[in-house]
Design a protein around this ligand. Structure first.
Ligand code: AMP
Length: 145
């Protein structure tokens, strides 16, 4: 399955983002309200300045305590963001996430941010694919194809 097809089935279609100057506390509130694990960080008009995941917040809470909630998002975000293309396959994206040890990837097309996929989206797509292949093989073995 292609990333393009995964994006088409996502329940939250819009891109949830915060500004680099926003407080970490408001990003945490958004993560909680939207039930997501990461937000895109971008200034109005920019495609992407960074990504902030729940892991970045928890790590800072563990190291420096709750004062980090007053920090700017830009202090905790990852700026070197790895993105994928809508034409990448679920397998390719899974491999990139495994190699990079992250669970979220922005999807870029012609330099434009068109969506975000998470490891949950990708795994769900792979399970569907594997189930489809299994069913087809079972049909073949039963002589129905
Ligand atoms: P995650 O597993 O996605 O919660 O993120 C783990 C770490 O990787 C955090 O420091 C994130 O800021 C960072 N991260 C998440 N997604 C990406 C990405 N696509 N490219 C680079 N870093 C990322």
């Amino acid at each position: 399955m292609l990333v393009r097809d995964i994006l088409a089935t996502k329940q939250i279609g819009k891109i949830i983002s915060v500004a680099p100057g926003d407080k970490v506390s408001s990003a945490a509130k958004l993560l909680s309200e939207m039930r997501i694990g990461a937000v895109i960080v971008r200034e109005e008009g920019n495609e992407i300045d960074g990504i902030l995941s729940e892991r970045d917040i928890v790590r800072e809470l563990g190291r420096n305590g709750s004062g980090c909630l007053d920090n700017k998002v830009s202090k905790l975000m990852t700026s070197n963001v790895k993105s994928c293309s809508p034409m990448d396959t679920s397998q390719q994206v899974m491999q990139m996430m495994t190699d990079g040890r992250f669970r979220h990837m922005p999807v870029m097309e012609d330099g434009k941010l068109i969506g975000v996929v998470s490891i949950g989206d990708v795994v769900a797509a792979r399970i569907k694919e594997v189930q489809f292949e299994n069913d087809a093989m079972a049909e073949m073995l039963a002589g129905n194809i």
